[in-house]
Design a binder for this molecule. Structure first.
Ligand SMILES: *Cc1c(COP(=O)(O)O)cnc(C)c1O
Length: 426
């Protein structure tokens, strides 16, 4: 007897490539059938077979308040009753822009878009338009959405230009993108020494969350800031994942480094499609209709999506929100590390605010090369044992995890008990 998820996945594959609308959902790296979800509430999701799971994916980051938070749902319902879209300005967009600029002091102006990909793509165009330069620096393992110039992996040697990491991206498009090692300040200094006057921008995940989780060395971010300022290059912090997830002012607040431009997404839409990019006024003033850098969107600043984002961002301002979120995340990562160590399993874990990394490796990685050393077979085993026990982790060894404010101490304790059972049967 096949499950409803299996039946739906069979059907899905007839008309949707791979049966999914975003590749990591397909369970390719861990094997098995993706669960189709029917509903979510607080810390839990329920699949179409009626199985309930404690959810540590949270829609890949947005659901910092948990699933279907009543105040967010009410805001969406009220907005929807007034109209789904106008293609004309609305009051909510002004409130959203004011709130984002108040929460993140590096933002003097912001523009709303509908996804993180749009935000980073537009921020890069803007940085190039502002500087009149073409070269972009990114770091291996950081993900900034799926636009052409960002789907690039390192070339064969230091300071060589990248190669496309996806079919369909002309090699010519990524000729302007230099791919360096994350946390390697010396490599960055060398790139600026060679190419400084041609570098339009450096884009970075100030906490890397798309190669599992890698914490930045503080001097890496500081030297990046210093080099960009000295060479007139635009520093872009891609905070699509970290924005309002690692702390009340994002990673830039946590590490005390101020970028020129910031990209946002995920949490700022509270589960609806909202992205944003913003920063210094003199740079933002180059966007159409004020300036020559073109950027637009039919559904940008959509009133229903913005209502969800505003309701979410307001709830994050509660006293002690981030302290409690960080404490819950740490309860999970400390507990998992203790359970693995008790059973002699090579494992490490860490959390930053409401995001965490789990590694089947004895110490937390600090680079892309180190994270690639994690034991992916051990991860798959852990993933399936936890899934069977009703605990839903990201279906890949190279994704960060997320804890929401809806996760109670008892939820985390239940997950730790399941992990202990999984590790003892190792
Ligand atoms: C998720 C993510 C993106 C892309 O956002 P989408 O909304 O999926 O297009 C870009 N940058 C980072 C750091 C992300 O985590």
């Amino acid at each position: 007897m096949s499950t409803r998820s299996q039946q739906l996945f069979e059907r899905a594959q007839q008309h949707i490539p791979g049966g999914v609308n975003s590749p990591v959902r397909a369970f390719r790296s861990v094997g098995g059938t993706p669960r189709f979800f029917a509903a979510g509430s607080g810390s839990r999701v329920i699949d179409v077979d009626g199985q309930s799971y404690l959810d540590y994916v949270g829609s890949w980051g947005p659901l910092i308040l948990g699933h279907a938070h009543p105040e967010v749902v009410a805001a969406v319902q009220q907005a929807a009753l007034k109209g789904l879209s106008f293609g004309a300005p609305t009051e909510g967009e002004v409130e959203m822009a004011e709130l984002l600029c108040a929460l993140m002091p590096s933002l003097e102006m912001v523009r709303l878009v509908s996804s993180g990909t749009e935000a980073t793509m537009s921020a890069i165009r803007l940085a190039r338009g502002f500087t009149g330069r073409d070269l972009l620096i990114k770091f291996e393992g950081c993900y900034h959405g799926h636009s052409d110039s960002l789907l690039v992996k390192a070339g064969s040697g230091m300071l060589t230009f990248g190669n496309p990491s996806s079919g369909g991206v002309p090699a010519d498009f990524v000729r302007h993108t230099l791919v360096l090692d994350y946390n390697d300040s010396a490599g960055l200094a060398a790139a600026f020494a060679e190419h400084g006057p041609r570098i339009a921008a450096v884009i970075v995940e100030a906490v890397a969350g798309n190669m599992n989780l890698i914490a930045p060395r503080p001097e890496f971010l500081r030297s990046m800031r210093e080099l960009c300022s000295r060479h007139g290059s635009v520093l872009i912090f891609d905070e699509v994942m970290t924005g309002f997830r690692v702390g009340p002012r994002g990673a830039q607040g946590l590490y005390g480094v101020t970028p020129d431009l910031t990209t946002l997404g995920k949490v700022i839409g509270g589960g609806m499609p909202v992205g944003a990019f913003g920063g210094r006024r003199e740079i933002m003033a180059r966007i159409a209709p004020l300036g020559p850098v073109y950027q637009a969107g039919t559904l940008s600043g959509n009133p229903v999506a913005v209502a969800a984002g505003l309701a979410t961002l307001r709830l994050l301002q509660a006293d002690g929100f981030y302290a409690l979120l960080a404490q819950r995340s740490r309860q999970l990562t400390d507990g998992l590390a203790a359970a693995a160590s008790k059973h002699g399993i090579a494992f490490s874990a860490q959390s930053i605010g409401g995001m965490f990394g789990l590694y089947f490796r004895s110490a937390c990685p600090q680079s892309y090369a180190e994270v690639m050393e994690c034991d992916t077979q051990a991860f798959s085993r852990f993933f399936h044992a936890m899934l069977d026990a009703g605990h839903y982790f990201a279906p890949s060894a190279f994704e960060a995890g997320f804890v929401s404010m809806a996760h109670s101490e008892a939820d985390i304790a239940a997950t730790l008990a399941a992990a202990d059972a999984a590790f003892s049967a190792w």
